[in-house]
Design a protein around this ligand. Structure first.
Ligand SMILES: [Zn+2]
Length: 314
C-alpha cells in the first residue's frame, strides 16, 4: 500500500471536495472587508445604501423581480442557448475560471442571438443569477476579452448587484410610468448615478480575472469602436485621454446623467487607475512590476470618483 502511494502522483494532493470548498471560502474571505469585496468602488456601496432608504423601494422591487425574472428565464430557455461543459465549453470554462478567482458559484451563462454588443446579468432573491451574452459581442471580442466581459458580469454577482440592478433597470426603463410613480426625479437620478458607479466596481473584477490588463481596456475600446470585424483595435491612450478631455470640457456632458453606464472612455481611465492600486496586486501579485508605484484603495477611489462625476469634471 505504501509503495502504491509513493507511485501515485495524486497521493500528496488533497482532492477532498470539503477541503476544496473550505480553501475557496478562505480565499473569498481573505478579500472581504466589512462584508464587502476589497476591490469594490466605495461610491457603489454608498449610493446603494441611500437607494435602500427610498420609501417602498423594497416592496416595489420584489413585485418587479417576481414576474420579470420568471419571464426572462423562460425567454432564455426558449430563445437562447445554455452554455455548459458540453455546450460552448470554452465559454463555460471562462465562467468557471472567473467564478473560482472571485470565490463565487459558477453562474448560469446563456448566449442569445442578437447583433448588439452587450452582456447583462439578471437575478431575483430566490434564483441563481443568469449571465446573458449577445452573439454580437462574442463575434467581436477575442477570447481573452470575452473572459473580461464574463468576469465583469461575475463582478455584478459578487457584489450583489444582480438583484438590485434587475430592479433598478426595470424602474429606469419604465421612466415615469407605473413603476416610476413612487419615485422622485432625484431618486431616479440617484439610481442612474449608482448604476454608473457599480460598473466601475465590475470593471475592477474584469482586471482581477484578466489574462492581461490590456484585454480589459480593449473591451471598453471595442464598445467605442464597435469592434470592427477584421481589425485589431490598438488603443492609443494619449489620444484617448485627449478625447476624454474634450468631452469633459463640453457643457453638454450633463446629458450623461441619463446614462446607466459611464462612457467607455471614462471606464478605460478608471480601469487604468485600478491598475495602479495595491488591491489589484493582493489578488494578482504575479502581475506587479518591480519598483512599481501603487496607490491605496482610498486614493484610487478618489481618482475614480472624479472620473464618474458628471456635474463637476475639474
Ligand atoms: Zn456591467
Amino acid at each position: 500500500m505504501e509503495q502504491i502511494e509513493k507511485r501515485n502522483p495524486l497521493a500528496n494532493i488533497d482532492t477532498s471536495f470539503f477541503h476544496y470548498v473550505e480553501r475557496r471560502k478562505n480565499v473569498a474571505q481573505a478579500h472581504m472587508e466589512n462584508g464587502i469585496p476589497d476591490y469594490a468602488f466605495a461610491l457603489d456601496y454608498e449610493l446603494r445604501a441611500k437607494i435602500l432608504k427610498i420609501p417602498h423601494f423594497y416592496s416595489i422591487s420584489k413585485k418587479i423581480t417576481e414576474t420579470m425574472v420568471a419571464q426572462e428565464m423562460q425567454k432564455m430557455n426558449q430563445e437562447g442557448l445554455a452554455v455548459g461543459p458540453n455546450q460552448y465549453p470554452d465559454i463555460y470554462q471562462m465562467g468557471v475560471e472567473c467564478a473560482k478567482r472571485l470565490g463565487i458559484g459558477i453562474p448560469n451563462i446563456y448566449v442569445l442571438g442578437n447583433p448588439n454588443m452587450n452582456a447583462y446579468t439578471i437575478a431575483a432573491d430566490d434564483t441563481s443569477p443568469m449571465v446573458v451574452i449577445l452573439s454580437g459581442l462574442i463575434e467581436r471580442m477575442t477570447p481573452a476579452e470575452l473572459k473580461c466581459v464574463i468576469a465583469h458580469e461575475c463582478g455584478h454577482i459578487h457584489n450583489n448587484h444582480a438583484v438590485f440592478k434587475t430592479v433598478v433597470n426595470a424602474i429606469l426603463s419604465s421612466g415615469s410610468g407605473i413603476l416610476g410613480f413612487a419615485l422622485t426625479a432625484a431618486n431616479l437620478a440617484l439610481m442612474q448615478f449608482w448604476t454608473r458607479a457599480g460598473e466601475i466596481t465590475c470593471d475592477r473584477a474584469a482586471l482581477i480575472c484578466s489574462d492581461h490588463l490590456e484585454d480589459a481596456y480593449c473591451v471598453n475600446g471595442k464598445l467605442l469602436s464597435g469592434g470592427i470585424l477584421g481589425r485589431n483595435d490598438e488603443l492609443n491612450y494619449e489620444a484617448l485621454r485627449s478625447q476624454l478631455d474634450l468631452t469633459l470640457d463640453n457643457p453638454s456632458r450633463i446629458y450623461e446623467i441619463n446614462s446607466d453606464h459611464p462612457s467607455a472612455l471614462r471606464r478605460i481611465f478608471a480601469e487604468m487607475a485600478f491598475a495602479e492600486c495595491e488591491v489589484l496586486y493582493r489578488w494578482r501579485p504575479e502581475l506587479k512590476q518591480p519598483d512599481m508605484q501603487v496607490y491605496s484603495r482610498k486614493e484610487t477611489d478618489e481618482k475614480c470618483q472624479k472620473l464618474v462625476n458628471i456635474l463637476d469634471n475639474k
